[in-house]
Design a protein around this ligand. Structure first.
Ligand SMILES: [Zn+2]
Length: 405
């Protein structure tokens, strides 16, 4: 692909062919000893020039001048590599000159394998979906004190949470600040209309359905927010001595994938029918009127599940869709709810447990219970956002194995 010129070789410089004219976008091919050639679109290289005019190292960010009048026809006039120093040099048609270190290029190579490596190893760990029938293989225990004192334990907890969507923390003290201490290890808590930390205890005249002792069917927390909290933390201070109060948990992405395969029309109905979600009322002095319209199954640009919205009490009686979409949605939803129950797991937390799970992916609930004068089930809850969790995960990983910035 490239031709060596004797004079250039003397100073380890190798002149390379111009980018392939036929390809659109034009591709710069960069030889890498012992590996496959790397490939980059020429305009991307120009945009990502590392010189002082184009890049500010102290903020690790691009300077905007090039974009004041971006010349999309900019092309490579000359390119060469210094094999010894591992640098790519490019002279551009706009008179600019750029150089790129090989280690920086390798991290950004456009080959399919490298992009996949970056996405699954660095961007976000790949999720592994599960049925409640296999919950024993997914269930993993972490210890509160270790998470507070050890970065490597912290990393493993967050990694497990990202991959499986659930992790159980044990041996937390029966104190009110446990969730704050845990959240502060990650970053910070997410505040909602119910405050930063909320107390789940059966109360007469409750402001929220979860504050009743009746069975709480599978749901996600706060589907009525556009920016809903990402990770739910539930600290058991006192568990019900009655047979009830059992936790239910299901991986709704697993259920959604099952529907995509077995009930494609119903899957489509749940992806494409916007549903109105609502939480209207007050907590303490704060009055609120939270509504949000979105489907039950939310997909990203590549069709992967990214968020589930589901809560029977918090689904609005407004349903702002054309009439003919209503019945197919109910039929699809009946299948979804049935499959979620079928593939849910059950366990009962004990005092000192902190159940942590992905609120975008899992649905959770509990069976009903009976309080007595001596035994009042008491759970503390809090949220942390996924942006904060993923950020912490990457910082922790970089500290052990410097990666991609
Ligand atoms: Zn530059």
């Amino acid at each position: 692909m490239f031709q060596a010129d004797r004079r250039d070789l003397a100073c380890h410089l190798i002149r390379l062919d111009s980018p392939k004219e036929l390809d659109h976008p034009r591709v710069v091919q960069v030889p890498d000893p012992d590996r496959q050639d790397m490939q980059f679109p020429d305009i991307w290289l120009r945009d990502n020039c590392r010189c002082k005019e184009c890049y500010l190292p102290q903020t690790l960010s691009r300077l905007p001048q090039l974009w004041n009048n971006l010349d999309t026809s900019v092309r490579v006039l000359r390119q060469s590599v210094d094999v010894e120093q591992q640098v790519l040099y490019i002279e551009w048609s706009d008179g600019h000159a750029s150089q790129y270190p090989y280690n920086w290029l390798r991290e950004r190579d456009f080959s399919a394998a490298n992009r996949q490596r970056y996405l699954s190893e660095f961007y976000r760990p790949e999720q592994k979906l599960w049925s409640g029938q296999n919950f024993e293989e997914v269930r993993r225990v972490f210890y509160f004190q270790e998470l507070i004192t050890s970065d490597s334990a912290l990393l493993q907890w967050l990694q497990h949470l990202a991959v499986y969507g659930v992790a159980l923390v044990k041996e937390a003290p029966l104190e009110m600040d446990v969730l704050r201490r845990l959240s502060n290890r990650v970053g910070f808590m997410r505040r909602t209309t119910y405050g930063e930390e909320f107390s789940v205890r059966a109360q007469p005249g409750a402001s929220n359905y979860a504050y009743l002792a009746a069975p709480l069917p599978l749901h996600t927390d706060m589907p009525y927010f556009e920016y809903l909290p990402g990770v739910t933390l539930l600290h058991t201070l006192e568990q019900s001595a009655s047979p009830g109060g059992v936790n239910l948990l299901a991986d709704a992405f697993y259920v959604a994938e099952m529907m995509r395969e077995r009930h494609p029309n119903q899957f489509r109905a749940l992806c494409q029918t916007p549903v109105d979600w609502a939480d209207i009322g007050s907590d303490g002095d704060l009055q609120f009127h939270n509504i949000w319209q979105a489907p039950v199954i939310n997909l990203d640009a590549e069709g992967r599940c990214v968020r589930i919205n589901h809560s029977i009490p918090q689904r609005d009686s407004h349903f702002s869709v054309p009439m003919e979409q209503v019945r197919p949605w109910y039929e699809a939803m009946a299948t979804f709810v049935g499959l979620a129950q079928e593939h849910s797991c059950r366990f009962k937390t004990t005092p000192g447990d902190v159940l942590t799970f992905d609120n975008l992916r899992l649905v959770h609930g509990r069976t009903g219970y009976d309080d007595t004068d001596r035994n009042v089930r008491h759970i503390l809850g809090a949220f942390v956002d996924w942006d904060i969790v993923y950020s912490r995960l990457r910082v922790l990983r970089n500290a052990t194995a410097p990666g991609a910035p």
